[in-house]
Design a protein around this ligand. Structure first.
Ligand SMILES: [Zn+2]
Length: 202
C-alpha cells in the first residue's frame, strides 16, 4: 500500500518545524509509529543531528538523521537498516527544510511508493518570492497519493498576514542578486506592503 503525504509550507517564522515535530510526536505517542526525522545538511539551525524549531515555545527539538542535501537517496539504506534493527516498518519519514533537498519530488514519491507516510515541512518561496526548490511540486503528490497541505501562517509586524520572507543582511534588505543560501543571515516575515527587494528586475 502507498503512503500518504502531509505538506507544511509557509514563509519564515510560520512555525513549520514546530508543526512538523508536533505531528511526529503525535504519531509516536498515539499511533505507536516509528517516525524517522530527516535533516538536510543545509539546515543550519539546531545542532548536528537535531531538528530544532526557532519558536522557543512548545515542542522545540528532536533527534534526526542528517543527510547530504544533494543526495537524499543515501537515506534509503539507513531506513532499511533501521527496519532490521527494530524488526518492523518505519511507518513515517519527516523531512524538515524540504526546499534544500535535491530530487525532493522523486525522493518523496519513491518513499510513498514504498508505503511510508511522508511529512515535509519547508519554505515555499525564497527571499525573492520565487518558488524554492521543489516544495511547490509536492502539491501534485498530495493529489496523487492523498494527504494534506497546510499553509502555515506568519504575520508581519504591522499585523497583516505575511506571505514573504524578508531577508536582511546587516539589518538591510538583501539585494535581489544575493546568493540564496548564506548561513547566518536574518529573516522576517513581511506582508506585501512591507516586503522590500532592491534590484528586482521585473
Ligand atoms: Zn506589513
Amino acid at each position: 500500500m502507498q503512503g500518504k503525504i502531509e505538506l507544511m509550507m509557509g514563509p519564515m517564522r510560520s512555525n513549520k518545524t514546530a508543526e512538523l515535530l508536533r505531528r511526529c510526536e503525535m504519531r509516536r505517542q498515539y499511533a505507536s509509529q516509528y517516525v524517522m526525522v530527516l535533516k538536510p545538511s543545509d539546515d543550519t539551525k539546531g545542532g548536528p543531528g537535531i531538528v530544532e524549531s526557532r519558536n522557543p515555545n512548545g515542542h522545540s527539538k528532536m533527534h534526526a538523521l542528517e543527510f547530504n542535501s544533494t543526495n537524499p537517496w543515501e537515506v534509503l539504506a539507513a531506513i532499511e537498516q533501521k527496519e532490521q534493527e527494530i524488526g518492523k516498518r518505519v511507518e513515517c519519514l519527516a523531512i524538515d527544510e524540504g526546499q534544500f533537498v535535491t530530487d525532493l519530488f522523486q525522493f518523496t514519491r519513491s518513499l510513498l511508493d514504498a508505503g511510508h507516510d511522508v511529512l515535509v515541512a519547508g519554505l515555499d518561496r525564497d527571499f525573492r518570492a520565487m518558488p524554492f526548490g521543489e516544495m511547490l511540486n509536492l502539491s501534485w503528490l498530495v493529489n496523487a497519493y492523498g494527504g494534506s497541505i497546510t499553509e502555515c501562517m506568519a504575520y508581519c509586524s504591522c499585523g497583516a498576514r505575511a506571505l514573504y520572507s524578508q531577508r536582511l543582511i546587516d539589518g538591510k534588505p538583501a539585494h535581489y542578486d544575493c546568493p540564496i543560501k548564506v548561513p547566518g543571515d536574518a529573516y522576517e516575515p513581511r506582508c506585501a506592503e512591507h516586503f522590500v527587494l532592491p534590484g528586482r528586475p521585473h
